[in-house]
Design a protein around this ligand. Sequence first.
Ligand SMILES: Cc1ncc(COP(=O)(O)O)c(C=O)c1O
Length: 382
Amino acid sequence: MTTADPRLDALQTPALILDEYRMTRNIRRLASHIASKGSSLRPHLKTVKSTDIARRLLTDGTGPATVSTLTEAEVFAEMGVKDIIYAVGITPQKLERVAAIRAKGCDLTVLLDSAEQAQAVAGFSQRSGQAIPALIELDCDGHRSGVAPGDPVLIGIGRILHEGAAELRGVLTHAGESYEVAGEDAHAWLAELERQAAVGSANMLRDAGLPCPVVSIGSTPTAHAVEDLDGVTEVRAGVYAFFDLVQAGIGVCGIDDIALSVLTTVIGHQRDKGWVITDAGWMAMSRDRGTAGQAVDQGYGAVCDEVGQPIEDLIVIKTNQEHGIIARRPGNDAPLPDLPVGSRLRILPNHACAPAAQFQAYNVLPPVPGAPLRTWPRFGGW
Ligand SMILES: Cc1ncc(COP(=O)(O)O)c(C=O)c1O
């Protein structure tokens, strides 16, 4: 039998549950670490996509912030955030929207890593009569996009922006490969590589007579492990507010730091197969298998009872659109717990961003025991 939380009784499932106490603890943990290093945090709001949570992440609600879509930029600018980096490479078709957000009083900065993009931004700035600020993206670890550190193309891009009508704001890098390694030492090393790539490139620009006021680095693993922020002006991270099984698997948090879960109801059994079937399939959990390559493979999510207490070696092994199939982890032959039809469970996600995106609202468990649930809307779209 699972332990019940009567506050969840009225919810239809699947439903997204947010533990506010854990979230607040996670937010404070990183804020105080970065403050202790004498730098400032620019939270990435792509995970939360919620104004209620953005207000809790941003020191005074006005920024600075990072976003991954222009819809996020529009919503958070409307909320009063005044300083935003749109941290996905810019395209010419998006510049009108960027200008419209800036016209409302939000200092929105774009990101690019090629001469073509720089020309588009400089050309648009010229035509519109307003200098769009841009950061040059650096690829510090081969993860994704960005100019390789030391590549002279950096100076060429910087000149197109600075000598054109745009504004060269600085450099930005994201150590996405930090998700692939475990342990604080490995993350600290990647944080130092992030720092060296960003500071070295900033100095290259300055040595060429170009401005570089912003030197921006960060990912959740490296932000928590970073030791030296010399030359860096800000650190970005996003998933740290919620954490997830991927972050637990690489040692950035514990399972009991994960603030986000999906509430599901048992809808049936295949007892001969050792399966429990629930109503949280991939439409609720997403198909993210982020822990597949980690030391502990959590399937499509780790199963907890209704109050969020993990049930040993119970994971979601399969998902169909609206069915989740729960079983013991391979190697554990213990009998399944008694989970009659109608029982409630909570599933911890591999990657918080993906299941969160399936829902229109957070059902928030307040930090005060027994206090009623609250509902915080979230948005999607691009
Ligand atoms: C450019 C950029 N900065 C910061 C982050 C935040 O990193 P994390 O998701 O590890 O919190 C991301 C995440 O994808 C990113 O793409």
